[in-house]
Design a protein around this ligand. Structure first.
Ligand SMILES: [Zn+2]
Ligand SMILES: [Zn+2]
Length: 368
């Protein structure tokens, strides 16, 4: 794989054997008795580093660098600013959207989750200084473009790669546990035509439990469910016929610490037939006393890209739950509906009105 997707291209690290690398820290006896250092100790360390001995100069530095001097970016506009048309329009706009913002989480950016405050000392069973954690960035599934006549889409590109969420796992967590923590709308329900009986088909993870991670030329399959199949078999046969480097196969029951990944390199997670996610090892660190030391909290999602909610095309306020196609009573070929509008417009006494196709619509914003 690395002959085609060269690690240099991704600025990836060397291969790191996690167990050997972090096993190095076992030799040290860390002093973990103090959970934090005082502000004075921290300041003294900075003065020492900067070589500042003069107490007056030290006092001036502390005063000038105080966080109290920072402006509050959330501050409301002053009355003076309200004379400006731009400020008035912005305030009106913000006010009118406030209700929908709250209801549908119309946030474009990543939502960061505070992970440390959930740690309760009685539940702390991890050892700072020796146990370690790894963070993985999971990306939304994307369509790889082989050819395109469009100017905006290059051939053989992955320009549509979008961050989905970031998960912290312990070295002792398994790939199975990591898989269970990955959020994807295709795990929420099957997108099949259900016009005659408009009830979403639930739990596709039970119906189609197969999946694999492809890391360092090895396919790690999930065989927890007896009905799982080996998605990698056809790929390995294809690769063998073309004399492509030996590809190995293993199970997802392996612990993260047994892996030898490159950090920054794109690995693959595949599930639900062809839902393919890039996942990247982005960081690893030894746990400190201020880390969450409750092993039950891991794998832990620490950041989610919150996409725009898709709203019902009829009422414009409720979240979309259905897609209608090819209807003879709608102005567009495809329209989104909320539950209420879908049933009231398309059914009478549970009988279908007119001709149309309906599919359940799943969106990860509904499970965050
Ligand atoms: Zn997926
Ligand atoms: Zn609606």
């Amino acid at each position: 794989m690395e002959k085609i997707y060269k690690p240099e291209k991704f600025n990836a690290s060397e291969k790191i054997n996690l167990k050997a690398f972090f096993g190095f820290f076992d030799k040290f006896d860390f002093d973990c008795t103090s959970n934090s250092i005082s502000e004075e100790e921290r300041n003294n360390a900075v003065f020492c580093k900067l070589g500042i001995d003069d107490t007056l100069e030290q006092h001036r530095l502390v005063t000038d660098c105080s966080i109290d001097l920072l402006d509050n970016v959330e501050e409301e506009e002053t009355d003076e600013a309200r004379h400006l048309d731009t400020v008035r329009v912005r305030e009106t706009y913000k006010e009118s959207l406030k209700e929908i913002y709250i209801k549908h989480r119309y946030h474009k950016d990543v939502c960061q989750i505070d992970t440390n405050k959930t740690s309760i000392s009685s539940e702390a069973d991890l050892h700072p200084g020796t146990d370690f954690a790894v963070s993985l960035r999971i990306y939304h599934p994307f369509r790889f473009n082989y050819q395109s006549s469009s100017r905006r889409t290059k051939a053989n590109s992955y320009m549509n790669l979008k961050f989905s969420h970031e998960i912290i796992v312990l070295g002792s967590n398994t790939l199975e546990q990591l898989r269970d923590a990955i959020l994807c709308s295709s795990d929420l329900g099957l997108c099949v035509e259900v016009t005659e009986k408009p009830t979403p088909v639930v739990d596709p993870k039970t119906v189609y439990p197969s999946g694999f991670f492809f890391i360092d030329n090895t396919f790690y399959n999930d065989f927890r469910n007896p009905s799982s199949i080996d998605y990698s078999e056809v790929i390995r046969t294809w690769a063998q016929d073309r004399d492509i480097a030996p590809l190995h196969v293993a199970t997802m029951s392996i612990q993260l610490k047994e892996l030898t990944p490159r950090f920054g390199y794109p690995y693959v997670y595949l599930h639900q037939g062809n839902c393919e996610h890039i996942c990247v090892f982005s960081d690893a660190w030894v746990l400190s006393p201020s880390s969450n030391l409750n092993s039950k909290m891991y794998p832990m999602c620490i950041g989610i890209h919150q996409a725009y909610s898709k709203l019902c095309h009829i009422c414009g306020t409720e979240g979309a739950r259905w897609i209608c196609l090819d209807s003879d009573r709608l102005p567009q070929d495809r329209m989104l509906f909320c539950n209420t509008c879908f049933k009231s417009y398309n059914y009478s006494d549970n009988n279908k009105i007119g001709d149309f196709k309906a599919y359940p619509y799943y969106n990860t914003t509904s499970i965050i």
